[in-house]
Design a binder for this molecule. Structure first.
Ligand SMILES: Nc1nc2c(ncn2[C@@H]2O[C@H](COP(=O)(O)OP(=O)(O)OP(=O)(O)O)[C@@H](O)[C@H]2O)c(=O)[nH]1
Ligand SMILES: [Mg+2]
Length: 465
């Protein structure tokens, strides 16, 4: 559901085009940052971009660009020197000015005039952006300097992603994982951000107090890790019960349509939303209409370029569940011009966690958005892939059949003897195998079953005399 809130706070995006990054890629990166920022609830008011060999050590942008940025946010446009910084009165006054600039106060006409030749804001309220978002990971001191120069709050790409994860985490497990990642993000930034942001809870009351704060946060992280480990252990038990079942996992870039396919394939009500990282929990549901034995489908957390390492690590356990699947469906949004780069990201993250050995299929989703020419080119480019739309029931039915065929091919027929003494375990057979015929004689039931070789091997162990 969309939220047509009229008063979304404004944000300015900042990107540095580093050597080796093409114009197209740079623009795509900023567009993606815009969508992240939108998911977080901001309206993008402007983008400030600069070509540089590296991020400027002081405040990311060079002097001129910094001024340009500050003109948009209503800040000073330079980093006050250390000497000035000590004069706290001046700094307070500057802070107050900056805050006033962030207000939509009707009497700030002077600023309106200054804006009139450069800004592309509409003619309603002269609102100033209150947030500057940098498309790179920046150091705590770069963030602080940018805050001083712009009078706005500053967040980097990792900070944005961590915040989105924080908001979208629902299960106990996802909450724990996100909280761990968030605290890890916060610890090194505690000193520098003292007093500037409640998000980063620094107290700035001297080295000792700071060290104490940091230790508290680290203790908290350790506590959360223990709690998470306990949950993961329970899950591992539940998982091993599912081990031999037919399982397929949907993986891919955020917003590619994994949950939409999950819904279509299983008839479940998982969340589908035009937001980045709508899904943070792995959900497992049976394919619908049901198959014999049933086939389980997992929906998973999406990937993104420059995914913070902490988050990769913390979501690893969530993904582990999915990666035990014997088939991975790589979902891409084929209507996105950068889908190949997105696929590369997905592949490399999955390779990092050892999932590149799992058999996979490529699903080129959202082809309903492409014209015939574009579709043909796409299919020619990826001969083994399946082009489809999650919104087209015919496509989904065909995909369902392809998945079933994949497993049918891998399954084998065998005979199982179930001694009368072990009749109580018969239900386990139906979990992972299809019973083709059954006969009874004096030793027990003689079943002809069809299942994956691993499942047959396990069943043989269960029913061994
Ligand atoms: N036109 C079109 N839109 C689609 C298709 N599949 C998904 N969408 C839309 O794309 C958006 C994202 O879909 P989701 O299924 O939530 O994507 P996801 O991969 O689960 O995303 P995350 O959970 O955020 O990683 C939603 O607005 C869907 O309605 C499709 O085949 N065609
Ligand atoms: Mg999803």
């Amino acid at each position: 559901m969309s939220n047509p809130s009229p008063a979304r706070p404004l944000a300015v995006l900042v990107g540095v085009q580093l050597p080796g990054v093409s114009d197209v890629d740079h623009e795509a990166d900023l567009a993606e940052l815009g969508r992240l920022v939108h998911t977080l609830g901001f309206e993008v008011a402007a983008t400030v971009s600069q070509k540089r060999d590296a991020l400027a050590a002081a405040a990311v942008l060079g002097e001129g660009k910094l001024k340009e940025l500050a003109d948009i946010t209503g800040g000073k446009g330079y980093v006050p020197s250390a000497a000035k910084e000590r004069k706290s009165k001046a700094r307070d006054r500057w802070k107050a000015e900056a805050e006033a600039a962030g207000d939509a106060s009707p009497d700030s006409e002077r600023e309106l005039d200054e804006d009139s030749d450069g800004g592309d804001e509409n003619d309603t309220a002269p609102r100033k952006p209150t947030m500057v978002i940098v498309d790179h990971d920046i150091t705590p001191s770069q963030a602080r300097n940018l805050e001083r120069a712009t009078g706005a709050e500053v967040l980097d790409r990792t900070g944005v992603i961590v915040d989105i994860f924080h908001r979208h985490a629902h299960s106990r497990e996802a909450r724990l994982q996100v909280e761990i990642a968030r605290l890890n993000y916060v610890v090194p930034r505690m000193r520098e951000s003292a007093g500037s942001s409640e998000r980063q809870r620094g107290r700035g009351a001297g080295e000792a107090a700071l060290e104490l704060d940091r230790r508290k946060v680290r203790d908290r992280i350790a506590e959360l890790r223990e709690e998470l480990a306990a949950i993961l252990k329970q899950q591992a038990n539940r998982r091993s019960a599912r081990r031999d079942q037919l399982r397929v996992a949907l993986v891919g870039y955020t917003n590619a349509g994994k949950s939409s396919l999950m819904r279509a394939l299983t008839g479940s009500e998982v969340l589908v939303a035009d937001k980045l990282f709508a899904t943070l929990d792995t959900t497992v549901r049976a394919l619908h209409p049901p198959t014999k034995p049933r086939l389980l489908v997992s929906d998973t957390v999406g990937f993104i370029k420059k995914l913070p390492h902490d988050l990769v690590a913390s979501f690893r356990s969530t993904l582990d569940e999915a990666l035990e699947a014997s088939l991975l469906l790589y979902v891409v949004d084929a209507s996105d011009p950068t889908y190949e780069a997105q696929l590369d990201v997905t592949r490399s993250v999955l390779a990092e966690i050892g999932a590149d050995a799992v058999p996979s299929m490529l699903l080129l989703n959202k082809v309903d958005r492409l014209d015939d020419d574009a579709r043909r080119t796409l299919v020619r480019r990826h001969r083994d892939a399946i082009a489809l739309s999650a919104h087209d029931p015919k496509d989904v039915a065909a995909l369902r059949q392809t998945i079933i065929d994949h497993f049918e091919e891998a399954m084998i027929d065998e005979e199982l003897i179930v001694p009368y003494a072990k009749q109580s375990h018969v239900s386990e057979i139906y979990e992972s195998a299809r019973v083709i015929s059954e006969d009874y004689d004096e030793s027990g039931a003689r079943l002809r079953v069809r299942a994956l070789p691993a499942a047959i091997a396990r069943l043989r162990r269960v029913f061994a005399a």
